[in-house]
Ligand binder design. Sequence first.
Ligand code: SF4
Length: 330
Amino acid sequence: MQRTHSLNAFFRGRFGQRVQKIPLDAGFNCPNRDGTLSRHGCVFCNESGSGSGLLDKGLDLRAQWSHWQERVQKKHSQVLFAAYLQSYTNTYGPYEKLEGVLQQLQGLPGLVALSIGTRPDCLDERKLDLLAKQKDALGLGEIYLELGLQTANNDTLKYINRGHSAEDFAFAASRAHQRGINVVTHVIAGLPSPQGIEGAKDLLSTVRFVNSLPVQGVKFHNLYVCKNTRLAHMWKNGEYHPITLEQYCDWLGQALMILPPETVIHRLNGDPTQEELLAPEWAGEKGKILNAIHDHLERNDFWQGRANGASDGPPEYFTSPARERKKHAL
Ligand code: SF4
């Protein structure tokens, strides 16, 4: 039984087949790293800014697209694609830079959706209008703005050096939504805060804050320690202790229960590479984490939105048509 409304199921329902996200590095920077706001970045941010590193190897956007597309098509014959502008802050800098990057996406084979990862303080009216136009300009089925929030607690945001407030996030989310752009937010469990480590209560209050805004999707992350980050120093000095897998499952289960069932879950856990990960060890075992989360939900008969009442079980749309077909074929 599917107990969350996954992006995979949403895409299958929306497009009738698998949609694979392709990460793209368009060469943007971040005001929290280039000295505009700070040179240190968020405490957990490593130098790659979640990038694939392909741009540094000389691959432009089209070459990056082909690189990933070929890999995916070796595994799946029936597949469509979503472009994901992932690295750093993809609406930072001059309007013309963003415009040029979006133009390069025109005509990419199989493209049906676009996700743009950015910060809430790097969006003005003109850029939002430009993004809203892309649905028609690129002939997309869906467009998503991935806005980092991490926590709704402003003291923690300051402590982790985010450089923006929860109110900045709320303002940007509303303006994007007014233009028909789907807003997806990132939320992190186990952040260091002035009071110690953020716990279940903090995660739930962040989810309640997200629920009060026009947000259509959430990416949940368990905080892990990467090499070459300020968090790594804190961890080595004994100032930061990562949460356990049991704690993460417990807190995430509670968070999912209060999340509306319509909200699409784009991610249930962080996914570091083995090369960058310092701690905790379990953060590098994606399969084990997902199994633990699903076991936890199953054992407790939890499902997304259950605390909001009414339904006797998870809605049917949690189960993708493909999963159903596979089940009947057995
Ligand atoms: S906003 Fe993103 S890219 Fe910028 S410092 Fe923070 S995590 Fe890194």
